[in-house]
Design a protein around this ligand. Structure first.
Ligand code: AMP
Ligand code: ZN
Length: 113
């Protein structure tokens, strides 16, 4: 499978990694939309949120807890941050390996465009 984020997870493509363990890896987005823009992915390939089964809740929870951990480590947890999962076409997804966006370091508006 020719998946960009699988390559990053396997260490076959460079990324600025902030955290990794046996389940997840977090690295800086190559086109940051905020002073801190980090992507958290499962090592296992899932195309999108739609690919998860009911039994995958622990892994999904870990992705969110990893986002929180990185926000703390970056010192932005108290000021605040945004966590986002773009899903399929209307969600604005462009890379089809599920990733959680962690954005921080500036004020965000709502609703998104
Ligand atoms: P999405 O639109 O939610 O699918 O987000 C995909 C994100 O991946 C975008 O924010 C891209 O800037 C980012 N991206 C694409 N290629 C790379 C890469 N090689 N390393 C880091 N981030 C990337
Ligand atoms: Zn993949």
């Amino acid at each position: 499978m020719n998946c960009l984020f699988c390559k990053i997870a396997e260490g076959k493509m460079e990324a600025e990694t902030l955290y990794e363990d046996e389940d997840v890896i977090a690295f800086r987005d190559i086109h940051p939309q905020a002073p801190h823009h980090v992507l958290i992915i499962p090592r296992q390939h899932f195309s999108s949120l739609n690919s998860f089964e009911d039994g995958d809740g622990a892994l999904l929870g870990k992705l969110l807890l990893t986002a929180r951990r990185i926000a703390r480590d970056l010192g932005v947890a108290e000021d605040g941050y945004r966590v986002n999962i773009n899903t399929n076409d209307h969600g604005g997804q462009t890379v089809y390996h599920l990733h959680v966006h962690l954005l921080a370091g500036r004020q965000f508006s709502w609703p998104p465009g």
